[in-house]
Design a protein around this ligand. Structure first.
Ligand code: BGC
Length: 798
């Protein structure tokens, strides 16, 4: 299996949307789906271009209610390039893969070089054959540039090709079938025009958020001289038409270089002026292709990941898409981690807790990017505090879904496509998202040693999130413990008790244990802050004298429910009915979306012990066994490997894996437990998007959390790597199907620390630098590895 390319041969209309997502090109600033340039949005094709953080709100009428949604906006399409062989009367139809006879069709995503090539041969209605070679890129060096080259080679005839190169503003957000009843026209005040001889432009604004968008495109021809060239300026579309003579020995090449700016960009006056300036100054296609390769080479060095075989090829694709969504350019943007990348419109470009699966990976390669993503959360801390206050609580309540300004963006109703019913959506009760933010603050600071951040923005977030938990916890004298009630855990299929009047569950173990962890870390932080800063911080956010004592108390006495000698997902989980898993599998085959199946049967998952995804088991994803045992001990509970073992078994048999995050977490937890069965889950996580395991959802955008998580599975899951107490801690576990790997890390001031596992030996190499040696702890042994040195350690299990 090729390690540096991702390829598709042939043309399969039903797979087109999936390929478009997986062949998306982007640079963190914007991304464009891998749609064929000659197509427009229809049942088969969905071209889409999205700029990070470019959102707009619209109101729709659904089920008799006004529903407001904020969406990541599908921007004008810069790709359009259609062609046909000229006939005297202009009667020939434009080429289409859906109507012309395709002789060959091949798409190759070159991961190393950051470009997508397409080779096709077709025969038109008149029996003329032509070969068309295309190559496109979205530039990683200059984040405002993209380019498309098209080369026409006639086979056995000479004549004229008519080419139309356009910017198309006739686009809406229509990429997700389930949202079809919702409003999708986000672009207003559209203007188009041209700068002779070769440039066209388009400017518009998002209708409500008023973000200005400027796009310009320069189209040039080499290898032939166009015999005619015409401009078509329509209100929402602008195009150049060129008539180009071609013959077999003289192919013609059409290059389109495009620039995109928005009014969010720093250091520009007007987006359109900036775009016009960029295309005028941009080098030709060949120059862009070369510089693109050079920038990607640097990125690959900073995020090197070598795993042999098919798993390695998929991991590299995952890394490619993570880097295209969150690139070094992200460090200059005010954006979060969009759950579906910049690759499609599912979940409207919203930011959930998925950064929990992505930042720990980025911390050790692109700490500046992680920091910017945490800054996104910090800028929205006032909004999170406002939301907590509105719900009568102290501290910060981060929204389950976040977009532009940090307000709660979770939809109020969602559609069950199986039953056709719009249903209330209570997933906003997943307040555990706050703990994910805190966890990432802590992990980032541990990995980078960025005490400046920890003591300022990091501390503000940690303390406000801790406060929220302390204030959400109510003391139950009967239990002698604190309880957090009315929440939803990561398993969002359970959002209420059966027959309860309102939504929400009590004592979700994941929520409570992570809350206890946040409170504990906040106390550590308060203890370790330099006194003047502690005072300043307490004054700034108004911490009263008694508060830290309350945090301490809550962190030690939060309730964690148990039943049948396992940790309960929430209080009462064990009293729910058992689902007839076999029966449902037999009846429905794929039961990942058990929520939809049961609702369509007028039933509800709330009645059953059946989880959507890892919930309790998430604890084993976030914490090492020692840390987890410490957390439970601090809460006054016995926690041994037997209990964890039983708990893992219990939930493995009661989870439907309706989220791509589920296979990842199960794979990780089972691998850390050295249990058989780990690989089948890891495999599921690897194949989630490339094989579209969630039944058609990848075409609506990749699953960034699962992609980032699989990278982290190698980096931290298999190695047991932890960055704490100023050392790298390693505790590798064997996974026979993934027994060889190598990657390089940026740890503190060390760039390119190389870790490589082969034949049961782990080699660590620290590149020469004036930095201090790194302390590595493995199997209780602590060793110092100096810059310029390497050590090889035999693994305890090897
Ligand atoms: C999962 C969530 C996740 C969201 C976005 C949902 O299906 O249940 O845990 O945050 O997708 O990826």
């Amino acid at each position: 299996m090729p390690q540096w390319t991702w390829e598709y041969t042939g043309y399969v209309p039903t797979e087109e949307r999936l390929r478009e997502s997986l062949l998306t090109l982007g640079n963190g600033y914007f991304a464009t789906r891998g749609a064929a340039p000659e197509t427009v949005a229809d049942d088969v094709h969905y071209p889409g271009t999205y700029a990070a953080g470019c959102y707009n709100r619209l109101v729709s009428q659904v089920s008799g209610r006004h529903i407001e949604n904020e969406d990541m906006v599908n921007l004008p399409n810069w790709l359009p390039l259609r062609f046909r062989v000229r006939t005297e009367d202009g009667s020939a139809a434009w080429f289409s893969p859906d109507t012309d006879e395709l002789l060959d069709h091949r798409l190759v995503l070159d991961l190393r070089g950051g470009n997508l090539t397409r080779r096709l041969r077709y025969e038109d209605a008149e029996g003329r054959r032509m070969r068309v070679d295309q190559c496109r890129l979205v530039h990683m060096g200059d984040p405002h540039l993209a380019a498309l080259r098209t080369e026409f080679t006639p086979e056995g005839w000479s004549g004229e090709v008519e080419v139309e190169s356009a910017l198309d503003g006739e686009v809406t957000n229509a990429g997700v079938h389930r949202y079809r009843d919702l409003a999708g026209s986000h672009l207003a005040r559209m203007h188009t025009g041209a700068v002779e001889p070769d440039t066209v432009w388009l400017r518009c604004h998002t209708s409500g958020s008023g973000i200005g968008i400027g796009m310009a495109s320069r189209t040039t021809v080499t290898g032939a001289t166009p015999v005619a060239s015409r401009l078509h300026i329509a209100p929402r579309r602008v195009a150049h038409t060129l008539h180009i003579p071609v013959s077999p020995g003289a192919p013609a090449t059409v290059d389109k270089v495009v620039a995109l700016h928005t009014s969010h960009d720093p250091a520009i006056g007007d987006p359109l002026d900036a775009a016009l300036g960029d295309v005028a100054a941009a080098p030709g296609f060949a120059g862009l292709l070369e510089s693109q390769r050079a920038v990607w080479e640097q990125l690959w060095r900073r995020a090197e990941l070598d795993v042999p075989g098919e798993a390695g090829a998929i991991l590299r694709l995952h890394l490619f898409h993570v880097l295209q969504t969150l690139s070094p350019h992200t460090a200059d943007l005010d954006v979060g981690v969009p759950a579906r990348g910049l690759h499609g419109e599912s979940y409207r470009g919203h930011v959930f807790w998925d950064e929990l699966f992505v930042l720990p990976f980025l911390n050790l390669h692109f700490p500046g990017v992680s920091r910017a993503l945490l800054d996104y959360r910090h800028r929205r801390l006032p909004q999170a505090c406002k939301m907590a206050a509105e719900s009568g609580r102290a501290g910060a309540m981060y929204p389950w879904q976040s977009g532009s300004d940090g307000r709660e963006e979770t939809q109020i109703l969602h559609l069950n496509p199986r039953s056709g019913r719009w249903l209330p959506d209570h997933s906003r009760l997943q307040h555990h998202v706050g703990s994910a933010v805190a966890y990432n603050v802590w992990q980032y600071c541990e990995a980078t040693g960025d005490t400046g951040f920890l003591q300022t923005k990091g501390a503000e977030m940690m303390l406000q999130i801790a406060r929220f938990w302390a204030d959400s916890a109510a003391f139950d004298p009967g239990l002698g413990r604190y309880r957090i009630r009315g929440v939803v855990g990561p398993d969002e299929y359970h959002d209420a008790y059966p027959d309860a009047a309102g939504p929400g569950l009590d004592d979700n173990a994941y929520t409570n244990v992570t809350a206890a962890w946040v409170l504990g870390r906040a106390l550590d932080l308060v203890r370790d802050l330099p006194e003047p800063r502690r005072r300043e911080l307490f004054e700034h956010i108004g911490v009263t004298d008694g508060e830290p004592e309350r945090w301490e108390d809550v962190s030690r006495r939060l309730h964690v429910p148990f039943h049948r000698d396992v940790i309960s997902q929430f209080e009462g989980f064990g009293d729910l009915e058992e689902l007839d898993w076999e029966g449902y599998r037999e009846r429905y085959g794929d039961i990942r979306r058990l929520d939809r199946i049961l609702e369509a049967e007028n039933d509800t998952v709330n009645r059953y012990q059946a989880s959507k995804q890892a919930d309790v088991l998430m604890l084993g994803y976030l914490f090492s066994p020692a840390e987890l045992a410490g957390l439970f001990r601090r809460l006054g509970y016995e926690f041994g490997s037997e209990l964890w073992h039983r708990t893992v078994d219990y939930y493995v048999h009661r989870t439907s894996h309706g989220s791509t995050l589920s296979g990842l977490v199960h794979g990780w937890v089972l691998a850390r437990e050295r249990r058989a069965g780990a690989w089948s889950f890891v495999r599921e996580a690897l194949e989630g998007d490339v094989a579209d395991l969630q039944g058609g959802t990848t075409g609506e955008g990749i699953h960034l959390g699962a992609m980032g998580g699989t990278l982290d599975l190698v980096q931290r899951g298999l190695t047991g790597l932890e960055t704490r107490d100023d050392a790298l801690w390693l505790d590798p576990v064997p996974l026979p199907e993934l027994s060889e790997y190598g990657f390089s890390l940026r740890y503190r001031g060390h760039w390119g620390v190389d870790l490589r596992l082969r034949h049961g030996r782990l080699r660590i190499e620290v590149p020469a630098s004036p930095e201090p040696p790194i302390r590595v702890v493995l199997a209780g042994r602590s060793i110092m590895v100096a810059p310029g040195e390497s050590v090889a350690l035999r693994l305890p299990y090897g």
